[in-house]
Design a binder for this molecule. Sequence first.
Ligand code: JCK
Length: 283
Amino acid sequence: MRFDVVTIFPEYLEPLSVSLVGKARARGQLDIRVHDLRRWTHDRHHTVDDTPYGGGPGMVMKPEPWGEALDAIIAPGSAATADGEAAPEQPTLIVPTPSGRPFTQALAVELSTRPWLVFTPARYEGIDRRVIDEYRERPEVHEVHELSIGDYVLAGGEAAVLVMAEAIARLLPGVLGNAASHQDDSFAPGEMAHLLEGPVYTKPPQWRGRGIPEVLLSGHHGRIARWRRDEAFRRTTRNRPELIEQADPEEFDQHDRKILAELGWDVSEATGRFGRPTPDVEE
Ligand code: JCK
């Protein structure tokens, strides 16, 4: 898989040489190319920003450097590998923006199947709209995704690229070492969909007077699995109640229903889904 990143802060992407992503890169599983946007400016100050049409605060990134950069990077032949192979099909453009669609685990899974992702982390108030409109219409581009990593405001898109690159890279075959490991990721489809993971423990068996839940030492795999699922329900109802409310109640077995009832949850007459307990109102 190939990642290109176009940025005015190439050094911000140095963490892509570390740990899991860095190792996948060193093994040649990931071909990551970070480009300095200012390479595609032509004035003595390497200007990438200008004032917004219509007025308002801040600056906007000029379209010309982005257009020249993206044309050069996605040009047929630019993807040629060291052994002179042809381009790896169509690139998918990923534009981090606070106004984008949410970047989710489902999207990470989908994007991990693409051969070539081009990330365009911006600064200032973002990129002149015409750049996104232009590449959405380009036949050589597979798709353009405007994505946000969460409901808070960053100073630029680079940190979002690090987040998305890591979430995608760990899904590539062989990158995580243990293929089973992302089967029960919270948010992954499957058995544990809609449930957060419960607590985890390792040696020593006593630490500062604190032990390990007995069941984990029992060797009863069935009881351990059930305990873990109960803990997952406790944590999810507390931290992310909307995940339970959005879940298809078909996914819950008899024991799940009992645990939810103990936590004060009930089946909604209206939707058939589980609803959080309504607090008692004091007179
Ligand atoms: C890319 C520039 C900074 C700051 C305008 C936004 C009201 C516009 C992101 N989850 C995420 N949060 N922030 C980003 C992100 C921020 C970026 C860029 C991504 C490029 N900035 C910026 C403020 C505004 N305000 C809310 C108006 C841009 C992602 N992914």
